[in-house]
Design a protein around this ligand. Sequence first.
Ligand SMILES: C[S@@+](CC[C@H](N)C(=O)[O-])C[C@H]1O[C@@H](n2cnc3c(N)ncnc32)[C@H](O)[C@@H]1O
Length: 397
Amino acid sequence: MNPSPSGAVPTWLLQRLEAAGGAVPFRTYMEWVLHDPLHGAYGAGRLHIGPAGDFATAPSLGPDFAALLAPQLADWLTPLAAAGPGPLALVETGPGEGHLALQLAEALAAGWPELAERLELVLVEPNAGMAARQRQLLADCPLPCRWVSFAALAAAPVRGVMLAHEVLDALAVERITWDGALWRQQVVALHEDPAAGLSLRLEPGEPLEPAAAAQLEALGLLPPSPQRPPGWCSELHPGLAPWLEAAAMALAAGQLLVIDYALEAWRYYAPQRSGGTLMAYRGQQASDDPLADPGTWDLTSHLCIESVNAAAASGGWELLGQARQGEALLALGLAERLHGLQQGSASELATLLARREALLRLVDPRALGEFRWLAYGRAVPLEPPRFSREPGLSATG
Ligand SMILES: C[S@@+](CC[C@H](N)C(=O)[O-])C[C@H]1O[C@@H](n2cnc3c(N)ncnc32)[C@H](O)[C@@H]1O
């Protein structure tokens, strides 16, 4: 593939790349620039989520997303509560600013007070910079809150519901590139130009182990060689299996709801998607250059639905159902909620209009409506969720 030039290299990154011999796999670079505690965009708490921040997520648009989701969580938590005494947990992984956690705690406390009395909010956030802001937002949360790692939860697993909203797309991806004959691991390399100085480049690195390359082809995820021009590049998600396994160890019984931008393998790895799905976001701007100003942009890539399902199954999760976000929210009452916004006093007009716009954005296929909801269970009956009546419904088409 063509090497991509980029801008200045910060000293910390220069030192690490030099110590690594001048290049590291893209996955290592992504891990550093997102999650390094001092220099990473999330690790240092540099990214701000919301319409006035770096990028908006559904809960950052207002409380309606959580209000629609709450009955589904209550559906899942009620039988767990009936099954025996003891605390229940609403686990949010990667809570960002803490919007969703707070809004769900408020919705559950208001709508299901008996359930809420047994409920604690458990936050799994590896990045200290983000956790600090979550603590501030959740200072007056109506549920007891604690921040804990998957490793600590594995020692004392909880029963309840776990959420992963726009989290798995923040796991570092492996980028692979086809050079016309071989699959190679893409690397981020230092490049010295006498005129322009030092810069970062994306370059094809070592060939993938033959066994790994054969496995890729056997999975049928990748387009056959003749359809793939040299330089064709995409992502694999090696972080999914360990994450889903750790999540399973944290939950003795309950459901996991993954919500993220995800594509079927045939779409993800389509020949014409020759540059993969990796994007960078900062200050409400989108960019396809992952090397610019390292540690100040969010880097994210879509998920492949089959890869998530396979990693979940190997981690001990059973698929309960899946749907597009637009369909899921309509099944949970979005149309009725929109209708309800027609009634209100003149003084509420601006708020009602903003909420209406946010709700429409949640289901608009060009905005957040194409997000996928993937529900899994552990030690619970295999019942389809309220938002997807057919078990394991394949979200194709
Ligand atoms: C895009 S933000 C999503 C925030 C929030 N869920 C929302 O929708 O507004 C990603 C969040 O996941 C966190 N994160 C990154 N890697 C993680 C991991 N391995 N496990 C849990 N959370 C992680 C980030 O620090 C950040 O809080």
